[in-house]
Design a protein around this ligand. Structure first.
Ligand SMILES: [Zn+2]
Length: 273
């Protein structure tokens, strides 16, 4: 049993066969998927909620990705706060900083990130962090604006330094690894994964992006999260089953804690065995 902690199931890449993709995930033993709700920015902030209402086994997040920070209006923060109250919403993200692409000016990224950290803390929702070529700034923003560290969160699709991973762990975050773990050239990612304790790890696809070996170059989908579990099992010298069970347990622990409205949600869910 596996949980894909990060998939963009709203992507147009899934428009033609979304139901089949979710069916294939289930058949591969993926009992739960966290549908990321950043969408294409303001105007689509409820995209994951709509999916979670339609398909069983999906959780939803809400949030404005740093790429779209420049499109954000005051009204969008109000809308996010309102959407945060929806029963399918378990997390706020992905939010953060991306100084690699710089699709939005850096000061605007910082401001939109800080605002959302505060709002998520108010709503007691764990945060899902995207950071690229902005490690120091991300850490500083978290230290300054993430006022509820006991709620925790996720450093997603991790490919950063060991130092950032350690700082994240010290702040109560889980570290989520994607199909990158299977890429021949990603030894540095494997080195970090090796050092993160099993009880602080998550696995994700980041579908439709970053398909793992042996699907590389194709569209990624939640069923492929098993390849990441396999890679992690090799690194940790254990079985895929242990990786699946432990990462699913980590996921539930994180969201049960943040999910103050309905703490029994995951234990009652018939989809999770
Ligand atoms: Zn993502």
């Amino acid at each position: 049993m596996f949980i894909d902690s990060h998939a963009h199931l709203d992507s147009v890449d899934f428009d033609s066969d979304r139901a089949l993709v979710i069916e294939r995930a289930r058949a591969a033993g993926v009992a739960r998927v966290l549908a990321i709700g950043s969408g294409t920015g303001p105007g689509t902030l409820d995209c994951a909620i709509k999916l979670a209402e339609r398909f069983e086994g999906l959780d939803a997040s809400i949030g404005i990705h740093p790429h779209e920070a420049r499109l954000t209006a005051e009204e969008d923060f109000r809308l996010l706060t309102e959407l945060a109250g929806h029963p399918a919403v378990v997390a706020w993200g992905e939010i953060g900083l991306d100084f690699h692409y710089d699709h939005s000016p850096r000061d605007v990224q910082l401001e939109v990130f800080a605002r959302q950290l505060k709002l998520a803390a108010d709503r007691r929702l764990p945060v899902i962090i995207h950071t690229r070529e902005a490690e120091r700034e991300t850490l500083r923003a978290l230290q300054e604006h993430w006022t509820q560290p006991h709620i925790g969160g996720i450093l997603h699709c991790y490919s950063g330094s060991l130092e950032l991973a350690e700082s994240g762990l010290a702040m109560g975050f889980l570290i989520s690894f994607s199909g990158m773990l299977t890429f021949p050239k990603a030894q540095s990612v494997r080195d970090v994964a090796q050092r993160v304790p099993l009880e602080r790890l998550l696995i994700e696809t980041d579908a439709p992006y970053l398909a793992p070996v042996p699907h590389r170059g194709k569209r990624n989908e939640p069923a492929f999260v098993v390849e990441t579990a396999k890679a992690l099992a090799q690194l940790k010298e254990t079985s895929m089953e242990v990786i699946g069970r432990q990462t699913a347990e980590n996921y539930r622990r994180l969201f049960d804690r943040g999910y103050s409205r309905d703490p029994g949600r995951f234990t009652r869910d018939p989809v999770v065995q």
